[in-house]
Design a protein. Sequence first.
Length: 262
Amino acid sequence: MSFAKKSLGQNFLIDPNIVKKILNFVEIKGKNIIEIGPGKGALTKELIKKKPKSLILIEKDEDLATNLKLTYANDDTIKIYNNDVLKFDFEKLKENNFIVFGNLPYNISSQILVKFIKFKIWPPNFNDLIFMFQKELGEKIIGKYLTTNYNRISILANYRLKYIQKLSVSPNCFSPKPKINSLVIHFKPKKVFSSIKNIENLERVTNIFFSNKRKMINKNIRKILSDKEIKKIRGINLSSRPTELSPEVYYKITQLFERNKV
C-alpha cells in the first residue's frame, strides 16, 4: 500500500463524482492527454475509459510511478515518466493540442502554472489546462481587476490564459484530507495578446510593484521607467497602489521597460 508523502504534498483524490465532473470539462475521446501527478490513478482510470488518442503520466513519486508502469505495461498509448514536473520539458513533446490535467501539490502549484504561462513558443502545444489548487490561491489566480483577489499572479495568468470554469472541492474528497478547500480551474490559452517580447519581463515588473503592494507606485515605477516614459502611460496616477492598476497598464509598463532595455 502507498501512503501519502508530506514532502511531496500528496493528497489523493478519491471521490468518483468529483473525478467525473473534472473530466466532463472537456471532450477527451481521441485527444492527446497529459496528467500531472496521477498518484494512485483515480483520474487515470476514468481518463482511459474515455479513449484518448494518447496519455502521458508524469509522477515524481518513484513507488507510484512503478505501480503505474506495472498497471499499464501492456497499453502502448500510455507513456509514464518518473519525473519532477518542474524539470519536465513539455515544449519538446512531439504531440500537439494537449489537454493537461493536474491535481497539483499545493506547495508548488503556482510554480507549475507559471511554468506553463512562460512557454517560449506561443500559442503553445496545449489546448486546455485543468488544474487543482488550494482554493485561496485559485481565487487569486482568476482574481479580477478591482476585486480583493486581484494580484500579481492574476495579471500574469490573465496575460496568456483565459479562465473558462471552476469547481470547488471539499477536503472530504481526498485521502488524507487536506485542511483547506480546493478549486479546480479550467483555462485555455489566449491566441492574441499585447506585444510584450518576453513574459519574464512582465513577471519582473509585477514583482517590483507588488513587493510593496500597500504603498503608492511613485517610487517603484521610477525604478524601471523615466519620467518621460511614465507620461506615455495614459491616465496613470502615481498615488495609486499596485492593486489599482489594470492588467493593461502593467502590459504597457512592461512594453516601455523592454524598449528601455534595448
